[in-house]
Design a protein. Structure first.
Length: 346
């Protein structure tokens, strides 16, 4: 097992930093596009052999230091008696759309092991020959709730924002049910074989700081507390670079940071016992290889000696990114090995 990621999450890595990428299996890959021509996203998520094949693409093609299960944050809807659809145009949708307090009250919390069995079968399939850690994940409760309410809305987050203001009690109830289901879901992923979990609270950036404290942090805390003794937990949200102090209070193993501030400066604001992940701008990969090389050299130099650092993007790989530029990024990180190793020995 190549354990660079696990060592970095324990803040005890003495080799080069591990590198993996959010959305590292996706449309920028010709092999992925070939599969999408034959299968819908729904099929790819629900057929373990296909999902395992996609999960492993970045390992075989890029030799990254971790795999992440190929699934979607909205599959949790199926453990709440809802369905998800993936239209050819537009983002994923949850149906039926949640629009009333009565729907929230009536939402069941189904047996996750049965409702999401295909995810756990994917994990077991991937683990057969995997030589790097496998990351499982879920969506942050606030983000999942916003999809349940607004994924079919014409105006982004209109229903979510109105619901929080008009009926906070039932909105908290919705978050509570999603949190309970998410904890059960992640525990089943761990039982199936993942060694790390990441929580994606992607839409937390639409909230003010006060609302972030009210609608996000309490539920993220419950998930982190429930899993801390089982596997390392990574927290990610948009605007994480300006919310890192609040996220650090939850004591995750790692905070995944966006690109708004330098990683060198962010490392100073996050306690040394918490690893940091990120924060390369995804747009950089659409520039020249010279620009990628320069950025990687500056990033790696600024983080030399840091034992809890994981190279990643500030967000996911963009669909129109040239594959060879992603390949070049991974190579550039690994090529820095000699300088990094020397700094630890000196």
């Amino acid at each position: 097992m190549r354990d660079l990621l696990l060592n970095a999450l324990r803040c005890c890595n003495v080799n080069r930093p591990p590198v993996w990428l959010m959305r590292q299996a996706g449309r920028y890959m010709p092999q992925y596009r070939a599969l999408r021509e034959k299968h819908s996203l729904w099929e790819m998520f629900h057929q373990p052999e296909l999902a395992a094949q996609v999960t492993l693409l970045p390992i075989t093609l890029l030799d990254v230091d971790a795999a992440i299960v190929f699934t979607d944050i909205l599959v949790i809807a199926e453990s709440l008696g809802l369905n998800m659809v993936f239209p050819e145009k537009g983002g994923p949708r949850v149906i039926p759309q949640i629009t009333t307090k009565e729907q929230v009250v009536d939402l069941p919390i189904l047996d996750t092991r049965n409702a999401l069995s295909y995810v756990f079968e994917t994990i077991k399939e991937v683990k057969k020959d995997l030589q790097v850690p496998l990351i499982g994940f879920c969506g942050g409760p606030f983000t999942v709730a916003s999809y349940c309410i607004d994924s079919m809305s014409t105006e982004p987050f209109q229903g979510t924002k109105r619901w929080m203001a008009v009926d906070p009690e039932s909105f908290h109830l919705l978050l509570d049910k999603i949190t309970i289901a998410s904890i059960a879901y992640l525990k089943e992923q761990i039982q199936a074989g993942v060694q790390v979990v990441q929580i994606f609270d992607s839409w937390a950036n639409i909230l003010s700081l006060n609302d972030f404290h009210k609608w996000c942090l309490p539920y993220l805390r419950r998930i982190v507390d429930a899993l801390r003794d089982l596997v390392p937990v990574i927290l990610f949200c948009r605007d994480s670079s300006i919310r890192c102090a609040e996220l650090a209070e939850l004591k995750p193993a790692c905070i995944s940071l966006d690109s708004q501030r330098s990683m060198h400066d962010l490392r100073k604001t996050v306690p040394s016992s918490i690893a940091v992940q990120g924060n390369i701008p995804p747009e950089l990969l659409k520039g020249s290889k010279q620009e990628i090389q320069r950025h990687i050299e500056e990033l790696m130099h600024s983080m030399e000696g840091q034992k809890g650092f994981i190279v990643n993007l500030g967000h996911g790989v963009l669909p129109d990114t040239p594959f060879e530029h992603v390949e070049y990024l991974i190579h550039a990180v690994k090529a820095y090995l000699c300088s990094w190793t020397s700094s630890h020995k000196s």
